[in-house]
Design a protein around this ligand. Structure first.
Ligand SMILES: C[S@@+](CC[C@H](N)C(=O)[O-])C[C@H]1O[C@@H](n2cnc3c(N)ncnc32)[C@H](O)[C@@H]1O
Length: 340
């Protein structure tokens, strides 16, 4: 390059500025992948990172991803950058990282916005209905995470008294309004069912169930706390029914850190068989049955009620986590246990 060209290039570099942002989901297991992408991006912009810069970026990136992930499984990291291609310029590269972590209840609130009164479907789950109907009226029932009452309202109409713990205030209010309008035996508690300070009757219920709720849990002991809640709340012989993403029984698939983090991000928290075994260890709960949610509901829901929502079938087959697989090695399973 001639000297003249060299100085023209410098003028252009001084006048050129790259400003923008990149957003990544806060998955610590993807830190290496993100670093490669950022490295490549800066290189293409003509300002390759040197090894010190790369090391520093890696460290800051990992710290932020860890912080964001600790707060929520679907937290985001926004990386703002301002860059001049010529590194001889003062302040030729500035990077700022910001975390955003909307909480679950807020996200559900916005999900429920508009005129959609039935965000999780209009009909009760066929599996829940079958288990309830086998119990004598008026066996007390406890529902965890009842949403807007898709299951609790029909159960109460059959004459069973239902207590519900629901995390999202708007859903609790919507369900209470509907129950009061029909004078149904439903008591709604707005709160976190995993919070041990939330008190419920002990040894009282003949059934505790949770539908599409364990799929929001984190890998922080939530599953164990949920099962312990069941043990405390149920009378001996009482049933505990929930659905959960698990590797299919015939598959040998064991989720690694990235798979687990992607499952949380996709609101499909995937527990390994070993996680479930450990969470159950030592608790007075007896395994009764396990079924594929998708197959069971498709076969047993009344005509026209399948699928419960447009997203349900793909989501329950694990497609949100494995969008490129026709047959993911995981699935949403109904699990039924008995308090002994
Ligand atoms: C996908 S929705 C399903 C709602 C309802 N079970 C249904 O199937 O229609 C998940 C619900 O669980 C609630 N939830 C999640 N974690 C909870 C917790 N720890 N305690 C109480 N409710 C919870 C959410 O607020 C939300 O209403």
């Amino acid at each position: 390059m001639s000297e003249a060209q060299h100085s023209f290039e410098f003028v252009l570099n001084v006048r050129t500025q790259y400003v923008g942002h990149v957003t990544f989901p806060c998955l610590p297991a993807a830190a290496g992948l993100y670093l490669l992408r950022l490295d490549e991006m800066f290189r293409l912009m003509g300002r390759a990172l040197n090894s010190d810069e790369r090391r520093q970026l890696a460290e800051t990136l990992e710290n932020h991803l860890r912080m964001g992930y600790a707060r929520a499984g679907d937290a985001n990291l926004r990386i703002d950058y301002e860059m001049h291609p010529d590194r001889s310029l003062k302040r030729n590269l500035a990077i700022r990282m910001t975390l955003s972590t909307p909480d679950l209840a807020t996200q559900f609130k916005t999900w429920n916005s508009g005129d959609d009164d039935h965000p999780f479907g209009k009909h009760p789950d066929a599996r829940v209905t079958a288990v309830v109907r086998a119990l004598p009226v008026p066996t007390p029932v406890l529902e965890i995470g009842g949403g807007t009452g898709r299951n609790a309202l029909p159960i109460a109409r059959l004459g069973y008294p239902v207590d519900v713990v629901e995390l999202t205030e708007e859903f609790s209010r919507a369900m209470t309004r509907r129950a009061e309008a029909e004078r149904l035996p439903i008591r709604v508690r707005w709160g976190n069912a995993l919070d041990e300070s939330l008190e419920l009757p002990v040894g009282h219920y003949g059934l505790m169930f949770a539908s599409e709720v364990v799929s929001h849990f984190r890998f922080d002991g939530s599953l164990r706390r949920f099962l312990e809640r069941g043990v405390r709340a149920l009378r001996p012989g009482g049933l505990l029914l929930f659905n959960i993403f698990l590797p299919l029984p015939e598959s040998e698939y064991v989720p690694d850190a990235l798979a687990r983090q992607i499952s949380e991000l996709s609101w499909s928290t995937l527990f390994s068989r070993e996680d479930l075994e450990l969470a159950l260890r030592g608790l007075p709960l007896r395994w009764l049955s396990e079924e594929t949610v998708c197959d069971y509901e498709r076969q047993h829901l009344p005509p026209g009620a399948w699928p419960p929502t447009p997203w349900f079938e793909a989501w329950s087959r694990g497609i949100s986590m494995f969008p490129r697989l026709d047959n993911p090695p995981v699935g949403f399973r109904w699990v039924l246990l008995e308090r002994v």
